[in-house]
Design a protein. Structure first.
Length: 196
């Protein structure tokens, strides 16, 4: 059995791509960000430390849900900015149930994608839990929201392995510098080839 992992650098279009691929292949999507949003709205957080704990819990929920699908032999799609630190835990459950992970990595020109990252964080459509580090919801305290420098953005990508992550399976790299130019149908064909 297979699963698709959609990962990559922040603001590279992971959620949009995951939605497209889920529809193309008829798969359920398990998104760490969606889980976090539900917890932010239900539980909230009052500090960066509490926010990090919710992120860790979201990852555990995502993996547990994936494992339940694996137990019943269902294909699925995971969407997250997987990092090097994610590899061991993910590989363990994939190996346990003999799943073939097809990793789709979204990356591109970091300077252009960084500008998209800033625009996204200032958008009223962006869930506030993702851009505020303390006292969600509704805080006006110092430090909310956080503006990440380009250097920190680029260093985090390299240090955490966001654009090189792969599980024990094929890796497909997609340049989303200009998302409108991505050949999504060619990507679907490539994924189908890797399913056999």
């Amino acid at each position: 059995m297979y699963c698709i992992l959609v990962t990559g650098i922040p603001a590279s279009g992971k959620s949009t791509m995951a939605g497209f691929l889920a529809e193309a292949f008829g798969l359920p999507v398990i998104s760490k960000d969606r889980i976090k949003e539900l917890m932010y709205d239900t539980i909230g957080f009052r500090s960066r430390e509490e926010k990090v704990k919710l992120g860790t819990a979201a990852m555990e929920i995502m993996y547990d849900t994936a494992e339940q699908l694996m137990k019943s032999g269902q294909p699925f799609l995971l969407e997250n900015n997987f990092e090097n630190a994610s590899k061991a835990g993910l590989d363990a459950i994939l190996d346990k149930y003999a799943y073939k992970p097809i990793t789709v990595i979204l990356t591109g020109d970091t300077k252009i994608i960084y500008q998209r990252f800033l625009e996204r964080n200032s958008s009223p459509d962006r869930h506030p839990g993702h851009v505020v580090n303390d006292c969600y919801p509704g805080s006006r305290e110092t430090g909310c929201p956080v503006r990440l420098s380009y250097e920190s953005f680029a260093d985090g990508i390299v240090q955490r392995g966001m654009d090189t992550f792969t599980a024990n399976g094929p890796q497909i790299i997609v340049d989303t510098t200009d998302y409108s130019r991505v050949d999504r149908e060619a990507l679907v064909r490539r994924i189908r080839e890797e399913m056999v």
